[in-house]
Design a protein around this ligand. Structure first.
Ligand SMILES: [Zn+2]
Length: 142
């Protein structure tokens, strides 16, 4: 295992892609070795390999949003380009596409969420940087 470079030693595009690829592989964005998840979508709070605090990143709805965006484009493309799909019985189209889309969604969701967390790692976006202004909190000084 190699020691990860400090953020200052990495160029931003390299760090961005590195975090994203590590997240897509469902690995810790900091070391790329430890598992990012303790379950299907539950984040391992502390990396078991490097000890990085992965609980500080909040993917929230970004993972499902981008997953829907990707799966939606995969579903709509063939519907637009292959006329036999329009002419097929509805029960056949629904029966064949829904299981495919469900499996694809379940496969992509943790990877896309991991990529979002990897990008947050690369951009140093952390939970503590978010201030709840509705509770009367003030934004942190710039
Ligand atoms: Zn790690």
């Amino acid at each position: 295992m190699s020691e990860p470079l400090s953020p200052a030693l990495q160029s931003e595009p390299n760090r961005f892609l590195q975090g994203m690829v590590r997240g897509l592989k469902r690995r810790c964005p900091n070391c790329g070795e430890g598992a990012l998840y303790a379950g299907y979508l539950k984040i391992e709070p502390t990396c078991l390999v490097c000890g990085h605090d992965n609980s500080q990143y909040r993917a929230d709805d970004a993972g499902p949003y981008f997953t829907i965006l990707i799966v939606g484009h995969i579903a709509v493309g063939p519907l637009l380009f292959f006329p036999f799909i329009w002419k097929a019985p509805v029960w056949w189209v629904v029966g064949t596409t829904l299981p495919f889309l469900a499996v694809l969604t379940l496969l992509l969701l943790p990877r896309v969420k991991g990529a979002v967390i990897g990008v947050q790692w690369a951009q140093a976006v952390r939970k503590s940087a978010v201030v709840d202004l509705s509770a009367g909190g003030a934004p942190p000084p710039a």
